[in-house]
Design a protein around this ligand. Structure first.
Ligand SMILES: Cc1ncc(COP(=O)(O)O)c(C=O)c1O
Length: 398
């Protein structure tokens, strides 16, 4: 007999580390925007495993590709090629549309950023070691990525961090220029829409200036599109709205519908700095992961994911803005932050779950929504109604 939901939650508390806090619930299945608890209760997932399941849960094309590949070949090693890896890299190059490049595959967003940091230093050579990133940016929890992250609360308990990282406020072009003028910067790293900071957009003029200034000072521009990539913001990648050409782009999350994959794309000239033995990871680019990524990206192309995100994001944003308790909405496409009029975000998250809706509190006053891009208009209407109920109940409780 399978364990009940409360047994599963209890076992998780007993046997798993507490770094994620206690689990709210346990799901046994999922389809599209819906997750199902053991009791049969259905919950609308407006977080998509944190912007991962853009095609919804268990999209048939992805499930079939994983099942088929699992029966043929799962893993060899990077001493060998497999039938999917180069094709996934080609699809990424096509969608990025910034010219010829090369891809390194890892297993997570943090690993994609680690690779970017190492490649930047390798390319820049001696004397250009520093990485400049932005306050508020989030790049992952491993030491290099954590050092690039601009959120002291996540960093301080783990100091000393990796040397050679500096942070400037997003929007402060003067501060960025002052760092670059020191002549020792290998790369500037930017998350254009700061998801983990509360869906906060970095000003366009700053990103445009960063592109010009990095080029002028001989530094690289790395864009972290781990959360924003693959159509979520209404473009294939958030930077495309600005028409700039970054030197590297880091990817993960939506790339393989929840199969753990991260990727670093670098312009060919930059990528050439990595020589055999410089970097690697055992599972990176293995056949099973690449089968999942190929099926995911092809399906995202078939459904025209960016236009879906644009159209549905506009509808959802409009509806959210009308909710009592919501002071404003920021973000783009289907990566939205509802800014609350009072600091009740955590209560709203909990009440929303009781109402049958998964959203994510960031800090006290922002609720993040990142539903699957395949969400239906009916599901959006239901979600808004459930969120409205949660906001009302949170107001009564506080
Ligand atoms: C912008 C960004 N970069 C990097 C990461 C780290 O990705 P991962 O958790 O897969 O290591 C995240 C995760 O939320 C992210 O949002």
């Amino acid at each position: 007999m399978s364990a009940t939901e409360s047994e599963l939650v209890g076992a998780a508390r007993r046997y798993l580390m507490n770094n994620y806090g206690a689990p709210l619930a346990a799901f046994v299945s999922g389809s599209g925007s819906v997750l199902v608890e053991d009791s049969g209760r259905e919950v609308l997932d407006f977080l998509s495993g944190i912007a991962v399941c853009s095609l919804g849960h268990c999209h048939p094309a992805v499930t079939a590709a994983i099942a088929e590949q699992a029966g043929k070949l799962i893993h060899t090693s990077n001493f060998f090629a497999n039938e999917h890896g180069p094709e996934v890299a080609r699809l990424i190059e096509d969608l990025l549309a910034i010219g010829e490049g090369r891809v390194f595959f890892g297993n997570s967003g943090a690993e994609a950023n680690e690779a970017a940091i190492k490649l930047a230093r390798r390319y820049a050579g001696e004397g250009r070691r520093r990485i400049v990133a932005l306050d508020g940016g989030f790049h992952g929890r491993t030491f290099g990525a954590l050092s690039a992250t601009g959120q002291p609360a996540k960093q301080i308990p783990f100091e000393p961090l990796v040397p050679g990282f500096a942070h400037v406020p997003p929007g402060d072009v003067g501060a960025l220029e002052a760092e670059l003028a020191k002549g020792d910067v290998a790369a500037v790293m930017i998350e254009m829409l700061q998801g983990e900071a509360g869906v906060v957009p970095v000003p366009d003029e700053f990103v445009l200036a960063a592109r010009e200034l990095t080029a002028a000072h001989g530094a690289l521009l790395i864009l972290d599109e781990v959360q924003t990539g693959f159509g979520r913001t209404g473009e294939w990648f958030a930077f495309q709205r600005l028409g700039i050409v970054p030197d590297m782009v880091t990817l993960a999350k939506a790339i393989a519908s929840g199969f753990p994959v991260g990727a670093l794309f670098a312009r060919a000239e930059v990528a050439a700095a990595f020589q055999p033995g410089d970097h690697g990871t055992t599972y990176g680019g293995q056949a099973l992961a690449m089968a999942a990524a190929k099926a995911t990206i092809r399906t995202l192309v078939e459904i025209d994911a960016p236009s879906m995100a644009r159209r549905k994001g506009a509808l959802l944003g409009e509806a959210l803005e009308k909710l009592p308790g919501v002071a404003g909405v920021r973000g783009s496409g289907l990566l939205l932050g509802a800014m609350l009029g009072s600091p009740v975000a955590r209560t709203v998250q909990a009440k929303a779950f009781e109402e049958g809706l998964i959203v994510n509190a960031i800090g006290d006053s922002v609720v993040r929504l990142a539903p699957p891009l395949v969400v239906t208009e009916d599901e959006m209407a239901t979600a808004v109604q459930r969120l409205g109920a949660a906001l009302r109940r949170a107001g009564e409780t506080e």
